[in-house]
Ligand binder design. Structure first.
Ligand code: F3S
Length: 425
């Protein structure tokens, strides 16, 4: 690793022992992946994946105390992943006690630390930090120090920024130091595709299913997707960005994709076309039968697979404003067809606090809530990531939530059938 004189001085302790350790950590990280140098972080804001104050992670918060004591507040302000708790989301008394008295006892301490370290605002907690209402949207070519997998893959693919799939804490260290090791998705070579994906579906594929199929096939490689423009067109409008958000989160969680290219749509694919395909690339053809095969392969780990759902989560990753509007209309129509006024299953829609602020007091916002849908800013995965919730029969349209928890995946159309009482699943 070749450091600049300034970087070397930091490593040698010019700004104290703690900063030297931060830089040493980044150097060791870069060495592990063969980085030759550090490059400046150029985005306006950072983003941290750790948004929760878990009792079992107390040593992490002790370390954050040391950063703060050393005056190492972040060089750039940052947003954070969603909070784990919201009193509006249904919990049993026992769950409540476990969440507040056993699991998340460090939450208040950690949020205070984030304020000192430089979180943008008290409502800066969301995985969709790049949405207009939140305001942490990197520019094309920006170098980032982020770790949240759904945000990293979106920033790389849809916005054309450059970020590796870093880990929690390491991303904050990159923000503090102001530079990150250059390797992988920060390089032109690392952004080339080793897979050509030919989409040959007869209708617009479900984003979370298509992303899952691709993620499980290519794992951490970069896919170049051909044929999706047949269904999405060639414009990165709000609807397509929301599609790509959900598609990307599935590629990143069902596999470990950090960047994808969509022919004729995403910025680098529009500029470079199939020159992005690496020599010797492999090909994966996806048609409707393949998507059905992938969906059938998901294990159902409920004790009773025929049990009625107790809870439904929609919004992992967090919903966009446009998605909230679309769901409101579709749900309203589906309920009316079944002569119902309210959803048949307790349902939580999750979105960024700033998106909820722009939605919940509007006519559409009232309409959705009058159908019994709870609006929340939490991360459903954080909510479910404990032994009590594991036993709950939760359904979701999120392939990320399905992958990490006992939640069962359904397509949007199936979710509408279940919520409207039409069932059949
Ligand atoms: Fe976001 Fe939590 Fe899902 S961070 S992508 S809502 S797992």
């Amino acid at each position: 690793m070749q450091l600049t004189p300034q970087q070397q001085a930091l490593l040698d302790g010019a700004q104290g022992e703690t900063m030297a350790k931060v830089v040493k950590t980044l150097v060791m990280y870069g060495d592990t992946f063969g980085a030759q140098r550090m490059v400046p972080v150029t985005s306006e804001y950072g983003h941290t994946v750790i948004s929760f104050g878990l009792a079992v992670m107390k040593p992490v918060y002790d370390l954050y105390d040391r950063l703060i004591e050393a005056g190492l507040t972040s060089g750039q302000k940052f947003t954070a992943d969603p909070r784990p708790l919201d009193k509006n989301v249904p919990t049993s008394l026992l769950e409540d006690i476990v969440f507040r008295k056993i699991m998340y006892t460090q939450q208040a301490r950690y949020e205070e630390q984030l304020r000192k370290l430089g979180i943008t605002a008290d409502n800066g907690y969301t995985c969709t930090c790049y949405l207009e209402q939140v305001g942490n949207q990197p520019r094309k070519g920006d170098i980032l120090s982020w770790a949240e997998s759904s945000a990293v893959v979106y920033a790389n693919s849809v916005l054309g920024a450059r970020c590796n799939r870093n880990s929690g804490m390491l991303e904050l260290m990159g923000s503090i130091a102001g530079f990150v090791p250059e390797f992988g998705l920060l390089t032109d070579e690392g952004r080339k595709a080793h897979w050509l994906i030919e989409v040959k579906c007869q209708s617009r594929p479900e984003p979370q299913l298509l992303g899952s199929a691709i993620g499980m096939k290519v794992m951490e490689d970069v896919p170049y997707v051909r044929g999706l423009d047949t269904w999405l067109g060639t414009e990165l409008n709000d609807e397509n960005c929301a599609y790509l958000k959900d598609f990307g989160a599935a590629t990143a969680s069902n596999g470990a994709v950090g960047l994808y290219h969509i022919e004729n749509l995403t910025p680098e694919a529009r500029e470079q076309g199939e020159a992005l395909l690496h020599e010797g690339y492999q090909t994966y053809v996806i048609d409707d039968a393949e998507l059905e095969r992938v969906k059938r392969s998901y294990p159902v780990i409920w004790k009773d697979p025929a049990a009625r759902p107790e809870l439904c989560f929609v919004g992992c990753p967090h919903l966009t404003l446009e998605q909230l509007h679309q769901w409101t209309e579709k749900l309203h129509d589906a309920l009316r067809q079944q002569n119902r006024l309210q959803v048949a299953v307790p349902t939580v829609f999750t979105a960024a606090p700033a998106v909820l602020d722009a939605f919940k007091d509007t006519v559409e916002g009232y309409k959705l809530q009058s159908m019994g849908v709870i609006l929340s800013y939490i991360c459903p995965l954080m909510y479910m990531n404990n032994p009590l919730c594991k036993k709950k029969t939760v359904i979701t349209n999120s392939n990320k939530l399905r992958t990490y928890t006992s939640a069962r995946y359904y397509t949007d159309a199936e979710i509408l059938d279940i919520l409207s009482g039409k069932e059949g699943h």
